[in-house]
Design a protein around this ligand. Structure first.
Ligand code: MN
Length: 708
């Protein structure tokens, strides 16, 4: 049995593949048969009959040799002791990559039936597969499993049929693989609703028998009318698939006798104008149903499908459905994305891009690459099938869709606010990784929480979802008070020192009097008020000195200057407009209720935005700062290949991190905007010196006026 199938496979590939490719398929056949030796399927057939059948589903699509070989080997890594390295050694890297992709997809199992889950799961499958050939092999694998589902236990067959209906059939449809799509749906229907399936298929058989004569007459009439109009065409009767009819009955609440278009016609013509001519001729022959005409030629479906659809009143008022399209469109209608292989012409060779992208992704790439030198940037920015989203699993198998760039912290807040607020560590695919780790498609993410943990303000630097951001902010507000109190205590201490007083020498009685005078409930609240800028440190210090009738000598040493360490948390913020770094002359602006915002002396927004409610405060950098600061620079570079890579390497060389980059093209030149992390001005100077050595770099400026 398997022997005969193997022979048939060789003959099929020999019809379209080169002799050396056919030889490779033969080697793969033997390799697979040896690997699966002794294994049987549930039906009792030798196991190798399955991979052979999968490969034979792909030959009518004229899939290339690599894909056929991968199909033959698709189960060896999962089910035998052959390793992926063995496959790579014997058949090369492209085949090994596909087999590995297939083994990975094999491990995914769809558990819940919620619609949103199904949609995410489909997208995740497609995104994980990367190479569209992997999806095609996976669909062929599933189709053969569905064809042989009788051998499997009822519970398992129900689960597989459900999963196929929810996940795999829609993928086949999305890729335009019409033949595979319809067979999958009919097989699922048969297993999920055996009674409805058998009743409907019997009714359909009878109806088709009864109408055979009428159908023949209509076919002849259409052919004749087209001939009279000198339109070269091929006219065919067309049977709709069973599940398609069933869906129509369900959605329109029809009885079977009311489903009129169980038989349709298809007219294939040579070119697009002939489509519309044929439509005119047909509407002259039979009256069209109002509102039933659809022009998918002018507006193709998302999967590339093109055709004219119309419904007309046939003889005796029988409604009939007609599809009109060119031969070319028909190929795409039947084989979809696979028509790339099936009908490749010498004019459009199949290159890696075709293989690794889907049609709609390609159109995306084309529209992007039309704007200047962006192709190079696309090489550096990772492009996926779904460029905006990643799909990850919780430990329980629930799928979460997150925006690209989302981190473990985003995931935690997406699961639940409490998980986010209490998270301390994360395991991705069973390995401990930093919380800021960017998640990838298919990752299994397990958040580790601790009961008394709190959000860290640093998280705000890398979360990308607005939910995580607002939850972190909300939770920090309460902690905010603590930090502000600490800062306030420091500020007051400095003010007292400048008055020649030591904070620890202030008697308890003075504090009590001060609280009474100011109306503050506690010393903590008073400190927090100072930290938040609600009260001025100098004013309170003088008040404190007065109530205790204490006098010290006004000391002149660094009087009143607040030093900035950079680790004060929310109480001291660095202005986003000018992004000060240690070494810059700075000034603090006390914002009531928000603490101190530090600007550079020359910040333009500072000069513009001065209002009566703000107090300025003399501040200086502390000598012992050990923290990285964000700084923005703008580079004008000549458009040349590899320039971005050179710039990035030079920045890394100077031991600075790139936090963010965006660009805009201006003719021959491109402006690159980087946000970098540096220790101080000296460090920044080193980075800039490195960058000036790159010949393509025309100009470098530090950006200090980013609109807030
Ligand atoms: Mn399989």
């Amino acid at each position: 049995m398997a022997q005969l199938d193997a022979q048939a496979l060789i003959e099929e590939v020999a019809a379209y593949l080169k002799p050396e490719d056919v030889a490779a398929v033969k080697v793969a056949l033997e390799f697979s048969a040896n690997a699966h030796k002794g294994q049987t399927r549930q039906s009792g057939d030798p196991y190798v009959s399955h991979p052979i059948a999968v490969a034979r589903i792909l030959t009518p699509l004229h899939m290339d040799a690599h894909a056929i070989v991968a199909a033959l080997l698709h189960d060896v890594v999962e089910d035998t002791d052959i390793s992926i390295d063995n496959v790579a050694e014997a058949f090369g890297k492209p085949v090994a990559e596909m087999v590995e992709g297939l083994s990975k997809l094999d491990k995914l199992q769809f558990e819940t039936q919620e619609d949103a889950q199904a949609e995410n799961f489909r997208k995740m499958l497609m995104a994980m597969a990367r190479d569209v050939r992997v999806i095609l092999i996976k669909l062929a694998d599933r189709l053969h499993n569905m064809r042989t589902l009788e051998a499997v236990s009822p519970e398992k067959s129900q689960r597989i049929a459900r999963e196929t209906m929810d996940i795999y059939a829609p993928i086949a449809n999305r890729l335009g693989l019409n033949t595979i799509f319809q067979e999958l749906e009919d097989l699922c229907f048969m297993h999920l609703h055996p009674n409805r399936y058998s009743v409907l298929s019997k009714a359909l058989k009878v109806a088709r028998g009864n109408r055979r004569e009428v159908v023949g007459k209509i076919l002849d009439a259409i052919k004749l009318r087209l001939e009279e109009n000198h339109i070269k065409a091929e006219v065919k009767g067309r049977e709709k698939h069973l599940y398609g009819i069933y869906k129509k009955m369900q959605s329109k609440h029809l009885a079977f006798s009311q489903v009129l278009d169980i038989y349709g016609f298809r007219v294939l013509v040579e070119d697009v104008p002939s489509c519309y001519l044929a439509l005119g001729a047909l509407h002259g022959l039979y009256k069209p149903f109002p509102g039933k005409f659809k022009d998918y030629i002018a507006i193709p479906k998302a999967n590339g499908y093109q055709s004219l659809h119309t419904a007309v009143f046939g003889p005796f008022g029988t409604p009939i459905e007609v599809q009109i399209r060119t031969v070319e469109m028909n190929k795409i209608a039947e084989a979809g994305v696979a028509s790339h292989w099936l009908y490749k012409t010498s004019k459009t060779p199949i290159n890696e891009l075709h293989q690794k992208t889907h049609q709609w992704l390609q159109s995306l790439l084309e529209s992007l690459s039309q704007s200047g030198d962006s192709v190079e940037f696309l090489e550096h920015l990772k492009i996926d099938l779904f460029p905006d989203e990643v799909y990850v699993f919780s430990p329980k198998g629930k799928i979460f869709a997150l925006p690209r760039g989302a981190t473990a912290v985003d995931f935690a807040y997406n699961v639940h606010t409490d998980i986010g607020n209490r998270c301390v560590a994360v395991k991705v695919n069973f390995e401990l990784v930093p919380l800021r780790t960017e998640l990838k498609n298919g990752d299994r993410v397990e958040i580790i929480t601790a009961p008394h943990a709190h959000p860290n303000p640093a998280w705000l630097g890398y979360v990308v979802t607005s939910r995580a951001r607002s939850e972190i902010r909300h939770s920090l507000k309460t902690m905010h008070l603590d930090e502000s109190a600490k800062l306030g205590e420091r500020l007051l201490g400095q003010a007292l020192t400048s008055l020649g007083l030591k904070p620890q020498d202030v008697p308890e009685m003075c504090w009590e009097r001060l609280l009474k005078e100011t109306g503050a409930k506690s010393r903590q609240e008073l400190f927090a008020d100072i930290g938040l800028g609600r009260r001025l440190n100098m004013v309170i210090a003088r008040q404190l000195a007065r109530v205790g009738e204490m006098t010290g000598q006004e000391s002149n040493s660094s009087s009143g200057v607040v030093t900035i360490l950079g680790n004060e948390g929310m109480a001291i913020q660095f202005a986003k407009c000018c992004r000060p770094i240690p070494g810059d002359p700075i000034i603090g602006v006390i914002k009531s209720g928000q603490g101190i915002v530090v600007h550079t002396h020359d910040c333009p927004s500072l000069r513009k935005g001065r209002s009566g409610t703000e107090e300025w405060l003399d501040v200086a950098w502390d000598k012992n700062i050990n923290k990285l600061f964000d700084v923005s620079i703008k580079l004008i570079v000549a458009n040349q290949r590899g320039v971005l890579a050179k710039v990035a390497a030079s920045i890394a060389d100077a031991e600075s991190n790139i936090e963010n980059v965006h660009f805009s093209s201006e003719g021959e030149y491109t402006a690159l905007y980087f946000t970098l992390q540096v220790n101080n001005r000296l460090h920044l100077a080193n980075v800039l010196r490195n960058l000036r050595r790159i010949s393509e770099v025309v100009r470098i400026t530090r950006v200090k006026s980013i609109p807030a």
